[in-house]
Design a protein around this ligand. Structure first.
Ligand code: HPA
Ligand code: ZN
Length: 333
């Protein structure tokens, strides 16, 4: 039995596998700068967040139609099912598609159709979170968010992603206030490459319910104490941190230290097609390098479920699945 988990930090566009990128490029008559799979694969050596984002934004240009979004969402859920995911809160970047002239209804309609089909086939429940680019003006984010709300597009929350350094959360205060006023959940990437101060701003000014990444909180003891007291969820992505060089090697990854400090951390995959694996691969890599007891795995899985935006009865049902997994793990060992 796979460990049952909630995937809370995954960018849909980051699930585009190289083969899919080239197939969709051909199908949609998009010319990419890489003539072959081999050339494309050579691009996957990143020096920092920006070097990854440059490739990520170039490749997502192959997505054109509602069917493309439907297909890649379903493909992700098939892979997620095989890795133990029972619930997903999926990120997408509306600005990345709007700036290429693709309508919000096509993007969200396609993703929602994929999520619905995935739930029917695999029983994976879902939420959908629109992430705004911090490298674009907050006025752009606010305008798009107003449209999403006014036109009644089906999203459950908003997030904040893309280049972090130089774009502090304070810039997006009005966007997040508007989202909260309209009953949307709010999360933000903070403390991936950016300083602990960005995490503090995300908490105090954006009033987020979760911090995505957050690993640089360890540089500020008072902040760690606060995050522990508030049991603020931190969605940590170990393979991403190594591939984007925010951590030197997995053996140096602070995940276990964060757990030991009582932080509410969970493991996620970020952009699995770019960083070497889905949520199960992240668990396996951490286990290999840092060692995880069955009890620690179960804690990480329970944290993911408790940190989700599911209602209490659904959280209880999934947590019971984790308890059953732990019981079976104890019996097998
Ligand atoms: N960090 C910030 N923005 C992103 C990422 C990430 O890992 N993936 C897609 N957008
Ligand atoms: Zn991310």
């Amino acid at each position: 039995m796979k460990l049952p988990v909630a995937e809370l930090h995954i960018h849909l566009e980051g699930t585009l596998e190289p083969e899919t990128i080239l197939r969709l490029a051909e199908q949609n008559e998009i010319t990419l700068p890489w003539p072959s799979l081999e050339h494309l694969r050579e691009q996957y050596d990143f020096s920092n967040l920006q070097s990854f984002l440059d490739l990520f934004y170039t490749n997502l240009a192959v997505l054109r139609t509602r069917d493309d979004f439907h297909e890649i969402t379903l493909a992700y859920l098939r892979r997620a099912d095989a890795s133990g995911v029972r619930h997903v809160e999926l990120f997408f970047d509306p600005q990345a598609h709007l700036e290429r002239g693709i309508e919000l209804g096509e993007v969200i309609g396609g993703i929602r159709a994929g999520l619905k089909e995935g739930e029917e086939r695999f029983g994976i429940t879902h939420k959908l979170i629109a992430c705004f680019w911090r490298h674009a003006p907050a006025t752009s984010a606010l305008e798009i968010l107003r449209t999403l709300v006014a036109e009644g597009h089906d999203i459950d929350g908003i997030g904040l992603d893309s280049s972090e350094l130089g774009y502090p959360p304070v810039l997006f205060q009005d966007v997040f206030a508007f989202a909260r006023e309209n009953g949307l959940h709010v999360v933000a990437h903070a403390g991936e490459e950016g300083p602990p101060e960005y995490i503090v701003q995300a908490l105090d000014l954006l009033k987020v319910e979760r911090i995505d990444h957050g690993i640089r909180c360890l540089e500020d003891e008072a902040l760690v104490r606060r995050l522990v007291t508030e049991q603020m969820p931190l969605t940590v992505c170990p393979l991403s941190n190594v591939r984007l060089r925010t951590v030197d090697t997995l053996a140096d990854h602070p995940l276990k230290r964060m757990l030991e400090k009582g932080l509410k951390v969970s493991i996620h995959s970020d952009d699995p097609a770019y960083f070497g694996g889905y949520i199960d691969a992240n668990f396996e890599a951490v286990d290999r390098e840092l060692g995880l007891t069955p009890g620690e795995r179960a804690t990480l899985a329970r944290n993911s479920i408790e940190s989700s935006f599911l209602e209490e009865p659904a959280k209880k049902r999934l947590t019971a699945e984790v308890d059953a997994w732990l019981h079976a793990a104890g019996r097998d060992s």
